[in-house]
Design a protein around this ligand. Structure first.
Ligand code: TXA
Ligand code: MG
Length: 333
């Protein structure tokens, strides 16, 4: 069973952070909060520790881990050929929800990168995450803290239930502020290629860079995604998930499923909740919707929901990221 520690404040809970840092240093696995989703971390320079992460999650070994750093001093020995665009990305968006894929140095084991010569690096803005990494003094490899294929974990309650007997330590803290995983961007070439959409998306990046592309594999069924993680069925709750732009269609589908005796739930923005028989509000705006999405998908499982119908959300980078996750979980109708 995992050791469970409460961490709310980096000064008041210094002892707990030190304990977690020591666990990382000695090759153990620790679930910790970040501003995006909870991470399942271990020493990124320790091959055996990295293997524990794959085992804990039941994750395919060709799916690379993101390496988290606390400050730029840590970066130098981990990567090679950092070009000006990559540096500008770091200046603009670190610390924050952006993972930058760069050529890896020899120090990073192939078990961390799933055999790739590149590595995804992120400097989280969450204070607890950064204090933990700094105290550990080593870069921390951390995928999302969920079992492979399940929605990411944004409230620690689900980490306790799903992962307690699979990791060495869990830090209990607040719910994740953003609620969706970081943007993953390939900065090894002349173009910046978005491999996984997130809060920092194409609209934001285009303000600063001329040559931003979205990986073709994200939108086309014929091309394999460059980010190995995007090819797996992901973010799936047990319920069958449908997504639609048409509120009237959602209403009539809901009625049909209900009449067939199915346990159905409609996930929508607050303004529409009264329209449905079993409507559940994800929030008033896209920030709230992003923050609540994964918990709502997991809650549906807890409530033994059989059918989820979700509204299609438009408008900006965060909406695009929400839709990227939802369309992987379900079917557009
Ligand atoms: O917000 C986040 O990024 C969270 C928190 C914990 O930081 N972490 C996270 O990790 O979402 P994970 O492992 O669940 O997702 C990492 C994604 C996967 O799709 C993986 O394939 C991709 O990033 N990735 C990692 N390294 C890569 C690389 N070198 N090249 C291409 N894709 C990479
Ligand atoms: Mg994940």
């Amino acid at each position: 069973m995992a050791i469970i520690l409460q961490v709310e404040d980096i000064v008041e809970d210094k002892t707990a952070i030190m304990q977690a840092a020591n666990a990382i240093k000695s090759g153990k696995t620790v679930i910790f909060p970040t501003e995006t989703v909870y991470g399942l971390g271990a020493n990124a320079l320790d091959e055996k520790a990295a293997e524990k992460i794959y085992r804990a999650k039941g994750r395919p070994s060709d799916n690379p881990l993101i390496v988290h750093i606390s400050d730029l001093d840590m970066l130098e020995e981990l990567v090679e050929d950092v070009n000006d665009q990559a540096k500008k990305l770091m200046e603009l968006f670190w610390p924050g929800p952006l993972t930058i894929v760069l050529n890896k140095s020899e120090k990073i084991p192939y078990s961390v990168t799933g055999g790739l010569d590149t590595v995804g690096i992120r400097m989280p803005s969450d204070k607890i995450a950064r204090a933990l990494i700094k105290e550990a003094g080593v870069p921390v490899a951390a995928p999302s803290a969920n079992l492979s294929g399940k929605p990411s974990i944004t409230d620690v309650e689900h980490a306790l239930r799903e992962m307690s007997d699979r990791v060495d330590m869990i830090l209990i803290s607040e719910s994740s502020e953003i609620g969706l995983e970081s943007t993953v961007i390939d900065a090894t070439g002349e173009e910046l290629v978005i491999l996984r959409p997130g809060k920092i998306g194409k609209n934001t990046l285009k303000k600063y860079f001329k040559n931003v592309k979205i990986d073709k594999g994200l939108t086309s069924k014929e091309v394999a995604p460059k980010s190995p993680g995007m090819k797996y069925t992901h973010y799936s709750p047990n319920a069958k998930v449908y997504i639609s732009e048409d509120i009237r269609k959602i209403r009539s589908m809901e009625e049909n499923f209900y009449n067939d005796g199915k346990k159905v739930r409609v996930l929508c923005e607050e303004d529409y909740v009264e329209v449905f028989r079993e409507g559940l509000s994800l929030g008033k705006n896209i920030e709230e919707i992003a923050r609540n999405l994964f918990t709502a998908l997991r809650q549906a499982d807890d409530d033994k929901i059989e059918i989820i119908i979700c509204q299609y959300f438009h408008g900006g980078d965060l909406a695009d990221a929400v839709m990227n996750r939802l369309l992987k979980a379900g079917e557009l109708i």
